[in-house]
Design a protein around this ligand. Structure first.
Ligand SMILES: Cc1cc2nc3c(=O)[nH]c(=O)nc-3n(C[C@H](O)[C@H](O)[C@H](O)COP(=O)(O)O)c2cc1C
Length: 234
């Protein structure tokens, strides 16, 4: 893709709130999902999961959980994007396994993934260690720069940040394929978690309605904040 085509795609992505009924071809969806999997993530731990809602009964329940918003009701495809705070150990092990299979681990990789990551991510029984670790890093930070050794809240934030980047990549890839999307955080998080049977430490980051834009699919003209509210130099 040329530079111009990339910026044209970014420009053309809009939130679409009513869709045509045409299904999203599987190859388009697969390419967009594989693009999303390339998104950057904190420590490369890839805390996301895209759950494609194919079962009509699940879909109907999910539409209601999305408060029957028009994008959910009209999109041919609805995806629940899950953010996992507790898959770090499994994913860390996979990173180490792959590095090892590729010819052995460097000492820096061992110390990063075997020492630092557990120190950051372990919150102990009932998350009790979290506030202690957070307090300790706050005190240490008075003397030198330290990362915030997370409480559960910090780790939720970490997982949601990376998951949102995967969402952004996915939506841009869809646009490059000629398809549109609507990210939705207007939903009932408790019912969403129950519907999808999510484990502890997992929650829906957002729902994504996907399809081809309907005739009046984009509701409002784009409004951008002044550039100097968004960008500054110091
Ligand atoms: C995290 C997030 C949550 C959003 N939730 C909703 C939503 O629940 N319903 C909706 O219609 N649009 C939702 N939007 C879409 C925004 O309203 C939209 O991105 C914004 O108005 C800018 O328009 P644009 O995406 O067309 O540039 C959401 C967007 C983001 C990034």
């Amino acid at each position: 893709m040329s530079e111009a085509a990339f910026y044209a795609t970014v420009e053309a992505r809009r939130t679409v709130r009513s869709f045509l009924p045409d299904p999203v071809p599987q190859d388009v969806l697969d390419r967009a999902l594989d693009a999303a999997r390339l998104a950057p993530s904190s420590s490369n731990l890839q805390p996301w999961e895209f759950v494609i809602l194919r079962d009509p009964r699940v879909r109907e329940a999910a539409n209601a959980i999305c408060l029957d918003q028009l994008p959910a009701k009209t999109a041919p495809l609805l995806i629940a994007l899950i953010s996992h705070r507790e898959t770090w150990r499994r994913n860390r092990d996979e990173i180490l396994r792959v590095f090892e299979a590729r010819g052995g681990l460097r000492p820096s990789q061992v110390s990063y993934y075997r020492k630092l990551i557990p120190t950051i991510y372990t919150t102990g029984p009932f998350g009790l260690l979290g506030p202690l670790k957070r307090g300790l890093s706050r005190v240490l930070s008075l003397f030198r720069a330290v990362p915030s050794f997370g409480s559960r809240t910090d780790l939720r934030l970490v997982a949601h940040k990376s998951t949102a980047l995967a969402a952004a990549t996915f939506m841009l890839a869809l646009r490059a394929e000629g398809y549109d999307s609507c990210p939705m955080e207007g939903f009932d998080p408790w019912r969403a978690k129950a519907l999808l049977g999510l484990p502890r430490g997992a929650e829906v980051c957002m729902f994504l309605a996907v399809g081809k834009r309907g005739e009046h699919g984009v509701w409002w003209d784009r409004v951008l904040m002044p550039r100097d509210w968004a960008v500054r130099e110091i």
